[in-house]
Design a protein around this ligand. Structure first.
Ligand code: 2M8
Ligand code: MG
Ligand code: MG
Length: 266
């Protein structure tokens, strides 16, 4: 087995960001020495301390599949050519955030779209929306490859904005609270790339993926077992399931994560 997991609303509670309810399954993962990979909308700056807090020593995937990051001290993917940023190694699949922000802010001026995004927020403003601590909000603001926005305009304008994104080779992925504006990457492509690096030949592991939102669909669909973690804030995302490989947890968030992994790893 190898496990890929979303964080917010999945391994972390949507509101409290606690992972206490997942402790039993995390213990089984450690016992069985299973590689588990964090695959999230969060930034490298957020993941470096968070992966340590979770006791996760593996590479992680940031900003909705925009890059695979090997943290300092982790010796995975030693033979893969990567870009070094502040001691971490990045394999990038998407354009830089500064270019995306310049473009969509230009459209906001020219076409009077109404939205606000992380570039408009300071840490207290982001804390108000997300409930993150000021310190964690500072880390969430340090983005490299994506711009999360709150849409404040009509559905009609959203359709126009979406067409502008498509024409520019960009997309909007829906997270728990925000639309993440980014290049043509996703959590599923980054997951498949990492699996093929870790297991280039020979026996392939069973790939288990867990997530709660639209931005997880590509990852859940590409896995051998895709686990939709139930949310008490939004309906489960719709996923085509031709092979019957998608499960839905009974409980919400980390409790559902725990329940389903204990069953799958029995
Ligand atoms: C944002 O991501 C979540 C993921 O579902 C969302 O869209 O609601 C990101 O900005 C992330 O960096 C941040 O930690 C999180 C906090 O809720 O929000
Ligand atoms: Mg989530
Ligand atoms: Mg996420």
């Amino acid at each position: 087995n190898i496990i890929f997991t979303d964080l917010d609303g999945t391994l972390l509670d949507h509101d409290s960001y606690s992972f206490d309810a997942a402790a039993p399954a995390l213990a089984v993962i450690a016992e069985q020495s299973i590689i588990w990979v964090l695959n999230t909308s969060k930034t490298c700056a957020e993941l470096l301390p968070l992966s340590r807090r979770l006791g996760n020593p593996y590479p992680f995937i940031i900003e909705n599949g925009a890059a695979v990051v090997v943290p300092p001290g982790c010796d995975f993917l030693a033979d893969v050519k990567m870009e070094e940023i502040d001691g971490a190694r990045h394999k990038r699949f998407a354009p830089h955030r500064r270019d995306i922000v310049a473009l969509i802010h230009g459209w906001r001026e020219d076409k009077a779209y109404r939205f606000s995004g992380f570039s408009d927020f300071d840490a207290p403003a982001l804390q108000d929306i997300t409930g993150l601590s000021i310190a964690d909000a500072e880390l969430a603001l340090q983005r490299d490859y994506s711009e999360p926005i709150c849409w404040q305009d009509t559905e009609e304008q959203w359709q126009r904005f979406s067409a502008d994104l498509r024409a520019a080779g960009l997309q909007a992925l829906k997270g728990g609270r925000f639309h993440h504006i980014m290049g043509p990457a996703n959590k599923g492509l980054a997951m498949s790339w990492l699996v093929s690096c870790l297991y280039p030949t020979g026996a392939q592991p069973r790939v288990i993926a867990l997530g709660d939102s639209g931005n997880d669909v590509a990852m859940l669909a590409a896995a051998d077992v895709g686990v939709v973690v139930r949310s008490d804030h939004h309906a489960p995302p719709k996923i085509n399931d031709p092979h019957g490989s998608i499960l839905l947890t009974e409980q919400c968030g980390p409790a559902g994560w725990n329940e389903t992994l204990l069953e799958l790893l029995k």
